[in-house]
Design a protein around this ligand. Structure first.
Ligand SMILES: [Zn+2]
Length: 260
């Protein structure tokens, strides 16, 4: 079975000791591509190196909204985020310079769960959308408490190169994303989250992708996640749509090829 994981963080320290084994298990499971997401300048550089070293890893470079140095994060959350000193302009310039080596721009987005600084987050996101148009690469979007805002921005900007990662908006917003034809993911913890079972059911197969967000979103609560577990997302889609897993996997792979 051919699998794709369009959102994982292979540069994170969680994988520093056994990355080869993790990638070996992904390969054995049938993985064709893992899109590894950079979250700030140093993470982008490392993701690029991993992409050059391991054929299975496709690099994405981005700027996690709460890592941007110009965004004010809630005081109590500040220690949780890598508040990088490299400016937004410098970070985006580096991405542009390496555009030929990346599959997508990610992880980017807007997070109003840990920050009220809507203004700077929107400003950064708009710049990232301009970059996405300039280098013709899709953005992989994180949205928390900003699901409607993200759809509003994409619609206003008529921006079509976008994927919604781990989209937690309700049914109404999911319907809207379907109408806008924005692809979205089913996650590897969909076995225990009704929300993503609903996404698997409601969203047309042609618009679905699969991801793990490894090391996060494990199918087993509390465990480190890894790309091989993306199979769980495929199985959940198969169950919700009454198709075989092989049929779902084939379609998801076609979507991956079309979108990236
Ligand atoms: Zn992520």
């Amino acid at each position: 079975m051919i699998l794709v994981d369009v959102h994982a963080h292979m540069d994170f320290p969680h994988f520093s000791k056994d990355l080869k084994e993790v990638l070996g298990r992904a390969k054995n499971a049938g993985m064709a591509a893992i899109i590894s997401q950079g979250v700030h300048h140093a993470s982008n550089k490392k993701t690029l190196e991993l992409g050059a070293k391991y054929p299975l890893i496709k690099s994405a470079m981005g700027l996690y909204p709460l890592n941007a140095p110009n965004v004010a994060v809630h005081k109590e959350d500040d220690d949780d985020f890598d508040r990088h000193s490299v400016s937004v302009a410098e970070t985006l310039k580096y991405i542009k310079a390496h555009a030929a080596e990346i599959t997508a721009i990610g992880e980017v987005g807007i997070d109003l769960a840990h920050s009220d600084d809507e203004q700077h987050q929107i400003q950064n996101f708009m710049e990232i959308l301009r970059l996405s148009n300039a280098i013709k690469k899709p953005v992989i979007i994180h949205s928390r408490k900003a699901e409607k805002l993200i759809l509003d921005i994409l619609e206003d900007a008529k921006h079509e190169r976008a994927v919604l990662h781990c989209f937690s908006g309700g049914k109404k917003l999911i319907k809207r994303a379907i109408e806008m034809k924005v692809p979205m993911t089913v996650t590897s913890n969909a076995n225990r989250l009704q929300h993503f079972q609903m996404v698997a059911r409601e969203v047309p197969l042609k618009q679905l992708l699969t991801e793990t967000d490894a090391p996060y979103l494990s199918p087993v609560a509390g465990e480190r996640n890894e790309p091989a577990n993306v199979r769980i997302a495929v199985d959940v889609i198969a169950k919700e749509k009454a198709l075989t897993s092989a049929e779902v996997a084939r379609n998801i792979y076609m979507n991956y090829q079309r979108i990236f």
